[in-house]
Design a protein around this ligand. Structure first.
Ligand code: A3P
Length: 300
């Protein structure tokens, strides 16, 4: 299955609205009752992120760690968004995350979400599922989100960079403010041992080390050879040319505007922020991010 909405008349870009205090678009709230009553299993693994923090990268790592050897045709025939369904998405006639997740034949099931922590369906907590949270520094996250909203026709219009950045600071993004998302999950991790909180910048710096620490969280012990195979397979250039990983099967995305696998770097924000924007952003950031323990790197 691929997202073929481009072959139909595309509906207009969705509008943001306030949903229990968080900006959302209808594509992620239309199926709310089914999302909230989703029945997690104890071995499900939830991959949680703010959009554009490296979700696909970590999904791919987990998919290869669990299924890379046993189901090799999976890698060549099933796109990543079907192997790791997006729980709350609901694009009529095309793609409903809960249905795909329920039909997953794998064990464990790998499931992706962008929900802020307070919206996670309660069965994931009741079943004490493992959760991998990936966070990315706010500046690169904002840039990546800007290009994504430009090219993804089921996202709200991006507008120009400067108005997008203002909205990012105001939290008027699908899935709400970056600041609340990364902080909410960080706080949850303090009392919940089954959350592995990782950073995009660490993955860039040393993918092998981060795979090791993921394995120890997941209780996996792949051979050195297998780990090396995973590390190599998930490098940016490999994923970019892999049609099962690069979202090229997804019709609602216009790669002529910007590809999904865009740059894959830390520090691309420097090519977007003016000095004045950066100063204003930093000032605002200090007021919102008060916990000295929660440090992000904007360069590596
Ligand atoms: P950029 O837009 O900065 O290039 P998500 O999967 O959460 O939507 O995140 C997408 C971002 O992760 C994009 O960032 C994409 O290029 C980057 N990404 C995906 N796979 C990657 C990889 N293997 N290495 C580095 N970055 C990767």
């Amino acid at each position: 299955m691929s997202l073929t909405l481009d072959k139909m008349d595309l509906p207009p870009r969705p509008k943001l609205f306030d949903f229990h205090g968080v900006s959302m678009s209808h594509y992620f709230t239309d199926n709310w009752d089914k999302v909230q009553s989703f029945q997690a299993r104890p071995d499900d693994i939830l991959i949680a992120t703010y959009p554009k923090a490296g979700t696909t990268w970590v999904s791919y790592i987990l998919d290869l760690l669990y299924f890379g050897q046993t189901y090799s045709e999976r890698q060549t025939s099933i796109p990543i968004h079907e192997r790791v369904p997006f729980l709350e998405i609901d694009i009529p006639t095309e793609y409903t995350g809960t249905d795909l997740a329920e039909k997953l034949p794998t064990s464990p099931r790998l499931i992706k979400t962008h929900l802020p922590v307070q919206f996670v369906p309660k069965s994931f907590w009741e079943q004490n599922c493992r959760i991998v949270y990936v966070a990315r520094n706010a500046k690169d996250n904002a840039v990546s989100y800007f290009h994504f909203d430009r090219m993804n026709k089921v996202q709200p219009e991006a507008g120009d960079w400067s108005s997008f950045l203002q909205r990012f600071m105001e939290g008027k993004m699908v899935f709400g403010p970056w600041y609340d998302h990364v902080t909410g999950w960080w706080e949850k991790k303090q009392t919940h041992s089954k959350i592995h909180y990782m950073f995009y910048e660490d993955l860039i710096e040393d993918t092998g080390r981060e795979i090791d620490s993921l394995c120890s969280f997941l209780g996996l012990s792949p051979s050195a050879e297998e780990k090396e195979r995973v590390r190599g397979g998930v490098q940016f250039d490999n994923m970019k040319k892999d049609n099962m990983a690069n979202y090229s099967t997804v019709g609602v995305m216009d790669f002529k505007i910007s590809p999904f696998m865009r740059k894959g770097k830390v520090g691309d924000w420097k090519n977007h922020f003016t000095v004045a924007q950066s100063e204003q952003f930093d000032e605002d950031y200090k007021n919102k991010m008060k916990n000295p323990m929660q440090q992000f790197r904007t360069e590596v």
